[in-house]
Design a binder for this molecule. Sequence first.
Ligand code: DP6
Length: 335
Amino acid sequence: MTTATAVAHPNIALVKYWGKADAHLALPATGSVSMGLDVFPTTTTVTLTDAPADTLVLNGAAVDDGPLVRVTEFLDLVRELAGSRVRADVVSENTVPTGAGLASSASGFAALATAAAAAYGLDLSERDLSRLARRGSGSATRSIPGGVSVWHAGDDAGSFAETVPAPPMAMVVVTIDAGPKPIGSREAMRRTIATSPFYPAWVTSTTETVTDMLTACAAGDFTRIGELTESNALRMHATIEGAFPPIRYLTARSVAVFDAVAELRAAGLRAYATADAGPNVVVLTTPEDRAAVATALAGHGDVIESGTGPGARLVRSEGPEAPAPGVDRPEETAE
Ligand code: DP6
């Protein structure tokens, strides 16, 4: 039996990924930039098994529908890389409020990629692990490296994430609604590309914003980072709202948090708002101001503070000698 356990954290995009150039390879239409969180970890154990099918237990409950299909498809990619046909039991404890627009798939597939690669005996570089995680969920690419990271657009070999220099930052997550979102990001991206007249402008402007954001990060210019973050989030939501039929993730309560954040800025705090594919708002702030921002926003929902998080990591790996990458185990080679 070969088993491996990995931990990964979510990330929140400062420059968003919205739309794929190639759905099969999970190549994004633009680059994106994110900050990893140090809260809401996902811990995933992958154990190889003689059973005829993969299994998935998510937060203590056996899953036999959509998420299992997605996990099996992902493990098929790992098996292809490892030259293996052995199935796996996957047990995942996810502390992200699932489906609430906080990208639970990012930490989920980053942890799965890290644990599965180890269980199947693949010795992948951080770059190759992030390319692998990308095939599970786009945002998972950025949960492999730690800190602030850029996910490059490009071809299969060139579309990976890596840590970039950035000033010390923090986030305050304001959970307004922990329920499932009205439409998943994957389907919403497709509809946006197919029907939003604003989508081409989104691609052009986001490509420029990635460059501007990396410059601001390298310069340690928090104000510029914050301004670009809030602007890019609103541009994404405007583009999504332009789809037909329209998709609207931000609610009146989300908008109220954006207004409250503007008031905090006027009062001298360093705070900028962003939101993913859901109603919850995440506030980018500084380590000095995070407690004051959290206190000020407590009336808007559940408030959780986060510093900048670590990259995905293997915490346990056991079992017989794993095969070297690309080498078949004898019992797995017969077709
Ligand atoms: C709004 O990574 O969940 O959070 O690649 O289809 O799995 P798939 O999508 P996913 O989309 C995340 C979209 C976002 C923005 C971002 O994280 O950059």
